[in-house]
Design a protein around this ligand. Sequence first.
Ligand code: AP5
Ligand code: MG
Length: 211
Amino acid sequence: MNFIFLGPPGAGKGTLAARAVSFLKIPHISTGAIFRAAIGARSPLGLKVKAIIDAGKLVDDETTVALVQERLAAPDAQAGYILDGFPRTIPQAEALAGFSRVDKVINFDISDAGVLERLGGRRVCRGCGHNFHVTFDPPAQDGLCVHCGGEVYIRDDDKSEAVQKRLEVYRAQTAPLIGYYREKGLLYDIDASPGIESMLSDFKKLTGSGC
Ligand code: AP5
Ligand code: MG
């Protein structure tokens, strides 16, 4: 099954995807994570996108679509995938339709206040990429990841100016995808405001993966 996780920044897309792949046995493909890995490696792609991402803007459609098309052609994505953070514009959705089937689009519904609370407390592990939260899922006391011992850091785009920009960009360019996929009968709304266990249980009901 091919899933798209659609929602505002900080809605919990990455957190739910990390839990869901353990029973769905399909890859979690996050365009944001791919860009951050490229930035960390100082690759040509990383150098090209760093300033854009830190400012909370979108990377251009051409670059992003080419990256996703290549990733979805990999052997591990042939039995299904969770695409987290792509598509983010109507042109990206139209391009995706040209090279992959979409089965279910999960629309994460959360207030701006919920987003600000989550992004304000997010901490990310440089080693395994786990998304912690200082209140809801704290890392270890000494600031190291409880899972792999990696260094835990704050994303540059979680600074308040970038968060405001990301919310604006979401409303202007990404939210129209809700109507786009609803019209196609592919959209499934999920209340993203409760804790992760409750979201996981709702996701299993929505997707019929009741394990
Ligand atoms: P990306 O990495 O995709 O960022 P995003 O969409 O803004 O989403 P986030 O990763 O911030 O939030 P999330 O929903 O994954 O929340 P999380 O699970 O971490 O993209 C980054 C940038 O890359 C973009 O701004 C853009 O520049 C570029 N980019 C990426 N894709 C692109 C595309 N297609 N086109 C163009 N540019 C693109 O959770 C947040 C926090 O809340 C965590 O601390 C977590 O622990 C906590 N939390 C999560 N769920 C719960 C819960 N249920 N209860 C309590 N706490 C929770
Ligand atoms: Mg994420």
